[in-house]
Write a protein that binds this ligand. Structure first.
Ligand SMILES: [Fe+2]
Length: 492
């Protein structure tokens, strides 16, 4: 049971409205306007130095001035907290660190082309960057005999340059492909073990027996370890929607989402373990609700609704009997439908507020429930589900937490199936935290509807150098089943 449908009836925000709304919660390195200006100045100073050096001798005052400005731009970023800073170029699109700079990708095309002609797709300015380093970099670009990366590196070595480094970018390549595959498989094993562990908990509880909490604690620890090692491998698991074992899959998904959200908020590991355990057990009270009521298609009678609502206090009661040292699972089981504005159930005792963990679990419960197909209703597209949560912020859900969840998942979360502007169909493979509207996708079907054996990975941040617009964009998000995809997880 989630509060998902009880969030008011106003108009849902569009994807770009949501992106603007949560900009402050997103993790772009240059989200702050002042920092963004400094990064833009670095790119400008590099391009102007390059242009001037092509027009005048290195000794010309205009060249010296632009080189000084380049050194100044690096210093300004160092003062702002960047010990080193990398400009990356991927397919003619310019990134500072991992943030895309679409305008600069077009304006400074000449410099980008020249860097690529020298085999350079990453330039790192380190903290000691000085005038001699700037001069060497610009000399290398201007020197026709320096035609590849090794030649630039040799030139730097000859001159004893250490304030700037050049390389081929690995930023957008799947460099750790094998490792991420291993992590993905290990995460899936933990998931499958988790489903069996929860099945056992459910069976024992239905039989009126006491279940052991150790396997659950072990499951949470194992999930946390994997989450810290490879967040995408673990978060991608929530794309698994077991239609037969909805309750079991749902509790593992809520646990993963809650742990990820808690980690993104900076909770310590003891708190995260407690949160994870609470997220596995918050709906335990449902085992005491007759299944014909739980799965009823159509509206519930007043009496039936009363029974359904009792799963919160029943859950707390069950957990009390287990005598857990940690009382948070009991608190969350009791509070998870109270809503942020305390207009839910059970009615709060005087002065009681919903605990942070209950708020996190309530949000993650609603998101996963909405995005899963049930026998009595279709799934909601991930972007729409997030819009519904955003609509309920400050009411059913804590506003800051809701924004953090959207920032963590992205407007188009991993596993979302999207239609691109050339009519091809793709699945969101990785979210770009600096640009939630332009994730990395795997193109599954071309514009003619032909399915690909080896889906191409495409970064939607890439800019068309002719127009300055994004090369390809998402026009719509579609339910996976409509696109004929049964198991989205396989593509992540
Ligand atoms: Fe519930």
């Amino acid at each position: 049971m989630s509060d998902a449908t009880d969030t008011g009836d106003g108009k849902l925000q569009s994807a770009s409205e949501m992106a603007n709304e949560i900009a402050s919660a997103a993790r772009a390195p240059f989200a702050e306007p002042a920092l963004l200006a400094k990064a833009k100045e670095l790119v400008r100073a590099l391009a102007v130095s390059h242009t001037n050096a092509g027009l005048y001798p290195t000794t010309h005052p205009l060249v010296s001035r632009s080189l000084s400005e380049l050194v100044g731009a690096v210093q300004a970023l160092r003062v702002a907290g960047f010990d080193s800073i990398t400009i990356n170029i991927h397919k003619h699109t310019l990134f500072v660190e991992n943030q895309v700079f679409p305008e600069e990708s077009v304006t400074y095309r000449k410099t980008i082309t020249e860097l690529l002609a020298c085999g350079i797709s990453a330039v790192t300015f380190v903290s000691t960057f000085a005038l001699r380093d700037a001069t060497a970099l610009i000399d290398a670009l201007a020197d026709d005999s320096v035609a590849d990366l090794e030649a630039v590196q040799r030139l730097f070595e000859r001159r004893g340059i250490s304030g700037v480094e050049v390389a081929k970018t690995t930023m957008l390549e799947d460099a750790g492909h094998e490792r991420s595959r291993e992590n993905k498989i290990a995460a899936r094993q933990t998931y499958d073990v988790g489903v069996e562990t929860m099945r056992d908990v459910e069976t024992q509880t239905k039989l009126g027996k006491v279940f052991g909490v150790e396997p659950l604690q072990h499951l949470v620890s194992s999930m946390l370890d994997k989450l810290f090692r490879d967040p995408a491998a673990v978060l991608g698991l929530t794309a698994i929607k077991g239609h037969d074992d909805y309750t079991l899959n749902h509790s593992i998904n809520v646990c993963i989402l809650s742990l990820s959200l808690g980690a993104s908020l900076g909770l310590d590991s003891t708190s995260l373990r407690s949160l994870g355990l609470s997220a596995l057990l918050y709906d335990l009270g449902k085992v005491r609700i007759p299944e014909d009521i739980l799965n009823k298609q159509g509206p519930l009678t007043t009496d039936e609704w009363h029974v359904v609502k009792s799963h919160t206090s029943e859950g707390a009661d069950l957990l009390k009997r287990i005598q857990l040292v940690d009382e948070m699972p009991m608190v969350v089981a009791y509070e998870h439908h109270q809503r942020h504005d305390l207009q839910g159930y059970p009615a709060p005792q005087n002065g009681q507020e919903q605990h942070l963990f209950s708020k996190i679990v309530a949000l993650c419960d609603a998101y996963d429930a909405m995005t899963t197909r049930r026998p009595f209703r279709r799934e909601i597209r991930p972007d729409k589900a997030l819009a519904v949560l955003m609509q309920g912020r400050g009411k059913a859900y804590d506003a800051a937490l809701t924004k953090s969840l959207v920032a963590m998942l992205g407007i188009y979360p991993m596993g979302a199936v999207v239609q691109l502007d050339d009519d091809s169909v793709a699945v969101v493979f990785r979210v770009n935290t600096d640009d939630l509207l332009h994730p990395r996708v795997k193109v599954l079907a071309d514009p003619a509807g032909r399915w690909s054996e080896e889906p191409e990975v495409l970064d939607l941040r890439l800019v068309d150098p002719e127009t300055g617009g994004f090369a390809r964009s998402i026009v719509d998000c579609v339910p996976a089943s409509d696109a004929g995809i049964d198991d989205v997880w396989q593509y992540l």
